[in-house]
Design a binder for this molecule. Sequence first.
Ligand code: G6Q
Length: 547
Amino acid sequence: MSPLIQSPAWQALARHSDMMKSVHLADLFAQNPERTAQFSRLVAGLHVDYSKQRVTVETLALLQQLASAQGVLTRRDAMFSGEEINTTEDRAVLHVALRNRRNRPVFVDGADVMPEINTVLQRMRRFTEAVHEGRWLGYTGERITDVVNIGIGGSDLGPRMMCDALASHALPGMKVHFVANIAPSEIANLLKTLDPARTLFVVASKTFTTQETLTNAFAARRWFLDHANDPATVAKHFVAVSTNHTAVAAFGINTDNMFGFWDWVGGRYSLWSAIGLPIALYIGMNGFERLLEGAHGMDEHFRLATPEENLPLIMGLIDVWNSNFLGAETLAILPYGTRLGRLPAYLQQASMESNGKSVDLEGNRVDYSTGAIVWGGAGTNGQHAFYQLLHQGTRLIPSDFIAAIRTHTPLGDQQAMLLSNMLAQTRALMLGRGLDAVVAEMRAAGMDEATIARVSPHRVFLGNQPSSTILFPQMTPEAVGALVALYEHRIFVAGAIWYIDSYDQWGVELGKQMAGELLPAIGKVPITGAFDPSTEALLSTIHQHWL
Ligand code: G6Q
């Protein structure tokens, strides 16, 4: 048994959870009138209510003891001070330094990283302002109106999600597009809609070796040169965001037009670095810096607040509670409104690539669950699709409901309807509806007793599904920055409890390597015995239909 499972703090929580599994949320509210006040916080502009989670004062106290026993806050301090907490890659983890707006010195290998960070931010400002003010023009002298980010994974999901979230802040005349997939239709369909003379490509790749990104970037360059016919014009239309100068130069992008970042920025934590360039091109550098400010507000709270007040700590501990003690396997991210529609996919990567690990920091296989399966989708759409299983399925599914209170695009009662639907779902999931209430309702509707007996069990909702609700006044850069930083730190906290390296991603390697081995076999008759029988049969099917 692992030291974590054996620890007194874990064992105390296990005993406590035996009792809590049979407690209903409705009873917890009835027993404690202070519950909502005790279990909500206002931090960095976010109002977060976790009173509909299946926790009590005792649960949270026991979870805090677990955090203390696991040294979570010591590890937090190590992260903020630039220690190499990503031990399998020998790297510091310093996305917090990227938004360290007060410029508190942060040292990596004895050198303060803040001057370098500020230099890149200044270069981003100069470049984006030149584009916006018409001083950076395309090869025919026209202004840039369309930005195409070519990147994948961490070099795609963050900027893509943020540009959607902050579309109401877009500068007039600026459009942004994203190409990630190697599937040819993605880039081919986009290019058909673009004017090369007004298009700027941002090739975003930390390593600048990623197959999908480089292949798409070459395709974009061929398309561009088919129109511009002059290799010298590439410099006006292609910039790079990367840590790899040599590969950027080899691609043919002038490294004067390269924006750098550092190996201590993980891909899925990189939207705050120059990987955020498309955001800055879309909403302006001031908007991008407001995003950094919002995240910094949450960072400072996480760094300085007492454990009892510390929202990312509390929410990370609740994630552990739901996974390891109540048996939840997933976390549903349910933003209300379309602007945050890409947040579930973004957080899916942030959480699942960080905490989808089964070996602890000392290389031992763990004997407890780690990262939950993160999924979700925008409300109200999801209500008409997958919520059925949340309400009446057999699984415990914690969910996060997230909404901006005011909309940038008011239209009649629609925003009020959106919010009423969201609150209704959190209430319905919590309270459910028992058989007595269902029968009474059916009788009041005049139904006959035979129908009531037959149908009423199907209309029962057990409730007791835990949720948290996150509200903020409006979809501003500050609010979304704080929101994402809250989740980043929650992920950190859960990873620290589980004693895993949340900042490596070796799990992506094996498939990449095998894709390289399979590429020469696509469209050919398979060499018998080179691969497993299933793969060889699939290769044969591909061969039969290839060209
Ligand atoms: C993120 C991952 C991964 C990475 C992509 C793109 O943490 O490491 O999603 O961001 O594989 O990598 P490049 O930026 O190097 O192209």
